[in-house]
Every structure is written in C-alpha cells, then in structure tokens.
Design a binder for this molecule. Structure first.
Ligand SMILES: [Zn+2]
Length: 62
C-alpha cells in the first residue's frame, strides 16, 4: 500500500499580532501600550492591563 498521506508538518508558529497604543487600565490605572487584540473603541474605558486581565480571568474561573 502506498503511504502518500502528506499532511504537512504542522503550521509554523506565528507571533501574535500586537496592537500598540496609549491606553489606561480601568482597574489599576496603569498604562497599557500593547494589546494582543484590537480594542473596541466603545470599550476603551473598560480596558484592563495584562495583569488585571489575568487576575480577572482567574477570579472568574471557568
Ligand atoms: Zn491593571
């Protein structure tokens, strides 16, 4: 039997795009200069810095 199942060797890992700007964390008031996502203009007042975002996620659990 031929074994011609070529499925590639997995996709190369791409660095996540980062969005740079000048935002303020709504929780700790810290400066946010980089986000892994494009912030929604209507939610700029709810932005969380990386630490607060992580803390919130941990607090929320699953
Ligand atoms: Zn914060």
């Amino acid at each position: 039997m031929d074994d011609q199942n070529q499925q590639g060797g997995g996709a190369p890992q791409q660095p996540r795009p980062k969005f740079q700007g000048d935002w303020t964390c709504s929780k700790c008031g810290g400066k946010i200069t980089e986000l892994p996502f494009d912030p929604d203009p209507s939610r700029l007042s709810q932005l969380l810095c990386r630490d607060c975002h992580r803390a919130q996620r941990d607090a929320m659990g699953r």
